[in-house]
Design a protein around this ligand. Structure first.
Ligand SMILES: NC(=O)c1ccc[n+]([C@@H]2O[C@H](COP(=O)([O-])OP(=O)(O)OC[C@H]3O[C@@H](n4cnc5c(N)ncnc54)[C@H](O)[C@@H]3O)[C@@H](O)[C@H]2O)c1
Length: 274
């Protein structure tokens, strides 16, 4: 299997997309440390994975913005498995506090619905989680890869290159993630540590459900209809569809691939919408 004998850590491991990515890594033969803020939730995932026959998991509790906790997690992984080869920076996402309710600022738009009413603390929190929450784990965990080489996979967003209305903080933060992916790829290349990104298209998860589905959980919102119209494959993605791209980037099959960004988006970023 492509990831036999490899050890991975996945941040935000209990999330909708990340738990599917954890499963893809396990199915490819890796041992996986489940990094989450709340150990109890990660323990539940560990049990669920064991029921599927995946017992090579380890729970490590840390906030991705807490450097000492990340270092403690790294030491636990090294003590348990003796090495670390793969880091998936999955923790992140949008927050209503970092969004503008209005898409555009027209003559009829209330100021508090617009850029001028933006909650700056919310804007900063979204930036911090998505950007610093990628940078800090990279700094802490790649230190364990300096002698062996390794692979970092950041999770970006279509918003990084095509800023979506409302989610300005998230779009800016993911653009920073894209930029940093290339910067760190260059910086760590001499140590054979590869740094790449995956750009997921639209997948229904807890964070974007309110933007894409009406309260009945079935009918797409006006925004959801626009998303589907701009996705050439005319549907949302399924979390398990990220697995192939992830396993490829994490594995030796991608041994000369660094600084790349692989879109798994049903064509969203290729299609101009017209
Ligand atoms: N859902 C989509 O369509 C979509 C599209 C593009 C990119 N993404 C990205 O995919 C990644 C996974 O998101 P998801 O949609 O599965 O959301 P999710 O909310 O299900 O998962 C995010 C996980 O990160 C964890 N997390 C949040 N803050 C944290 C912190 N400070 N420290 C540690 N963990 C923290 C959450 O507890 C959660 O488990 C995110 O980076 C998101 O931005 C999602």
């Amino acid at each position: 299997m492509p990831l036999n004998n490899k050890v991975a850590v996945v941040t935000g491991a209990t999330g909708v997309l990340c738990s599917a990515m954890v499963e893809a890594l396990l199915a490819a033969g890796a041992k996986v440390a489940l990094l989450a803020r709340r150990a109890a939730v990660a323990e539940e995932l560990k049990v669920a994975l064991a029921a599927k026959g995946y017992d090579q998991t380890l729970v490590v509790a840390a906030d991705v913005l807490d450097r000492p906790a990340l270092i403690a997690a790294r030491e636990t992984i090294l003590k348990t498995w003796g090495r670390l080869d793969i880091l998936v920076n999955g923790a992140g996402g949008n927050d209503p506090k970092g969004t503008t309710p209005a898409e555009q600022f027209t003559a009829d738009t209330a100021r508090e619905q617009s850029f001028f009413g933006l909650d700056l603390a919310g804007f900063e929190a979204v930036n911090r989680l998505n950007f610093m929450g990628t940078l800090l784990p990279s700094q802490v965990f790649t230190e364990a890869m300096l002698e062996t080489g390794g692979s970092v996979v950041n999770i970006s967003s279509v918003a990084a290159t095509q800023p979506l209305t409302k989610v300005g903080a998230y779009a800016a933060a993911k653009a920073a993630v894209d930029n940093h992916t290339k910067w760190l790829a260059t910086h760590l290349a001499p140590r054979n540590i590869r740094v790449n990104a995956i750009t997921p298209g639209f997948f229904i998860t807890s964070q974007n459900r309110y933007l894409l589905l009406e309260k009945d959980e079935v009918t797409p919102t006006a925004r959801g209809k626009k998303v589907i119209a701009k996705t050439p494959m005319r549907r949302y993605g399924e979390a398990k569809e990220l697995g192939g791209a992830l396993v490829f980037l994490a594995s030796d099959a991608a041994s000369f691939v660094t600084g790349a960004n692989l879109a798994v988006d049903g064509g969203f970023t290729s299609f101009a919408g017209v």
